[in-house]
Unconditional design. Sequence first.
Length: 340
Amino acid sequence: MPTAARLIALSTLLACVTSPPSQAQTITQGQASVSGQSVTFEPAVGLWDPEQNTASLLYVTKALSAADEAQARRDGSWPLDGVGPAIKVSLSFVPGKFSAAMNELDRCWVGINGFKGQPIEISGNAPDCHLISTGGRLQPGGMLMGLLEGKGNGYSYRLPFSVMFPAGAGPTTAAAAPAPPAATRPARPAAPAGPPIPPNGAAGTGTYMGQTLRFTHGLAWRTGDKIEIALFDHAPRANILAELRTGTWGDGGPAGVMTLMADTTKQGPPAVTYCFVSLDSPKGGPMGINVNDARSCGLTELSGTLTAGGSVAARLAGSAPMRDKQPMAWDLRFNLPIAK
């Protein structure tokens, strides 16, 4: 069953299990009681921040106007002032993880605002925020579904969510955000031309805040429809590929990771439908960008038989603003076998 169909089926099942047939409330509406004041919310709306790998949800009692919602999406943040009783939720996932599974949640935050008494903030891990379930795909055109339900000092809430992230619209993808003027646009230099990259070779650099990563080795493998690449500044240990396949690893892990998705009916960079680049700097930690085309991650060359047992060869160079608008830059070259 296709992913979208499975998610729709899950939504239908949740509706059947958690809501009695006579209950008028739909599965996507939420409820909260704070200091004795009870409200029912409109279905949540959602934003995705690719730089922080964070989904932001907003629950309000009266839906935002089309103009206000469009402005919020351009700003990349939901408003809390002037919207009455509202709850804002942030779900941040481990960098490089896009399935939105519970075990990939990094941290959460819940802000309760506009009720009687003082605003309430809750943060921590899933139990702290009363997150019962979450799943979906964090990418342009992706979906996020789940449920927050619990109570604490002076509050209780039940907040189901089922939101879509627009494909190619608004700041939910760095590639789709309106282009700034040419004078301020982040530089995306073309990868320099050079001799063919030898098989099983990797090279390049990554820079951030005066720090430089120098890559010398790489590994590649398939995960479903994704090509995963790990780049190292040293020879990787023999057993690390098994760890990489799980999405977690111990000492001696990669300093750079990439994910590519490609349309197999096309060739070269135009085939790319999704590109993720992440660098792990000594000071700053892992930071990455998610985009839905080759140009936005600076990919100028792509070749190989992109299947397990085949190979992937690529060149890419670019930069993007990260924390405090400081640029992260990359200049990468590799020609790697794709592990079976």
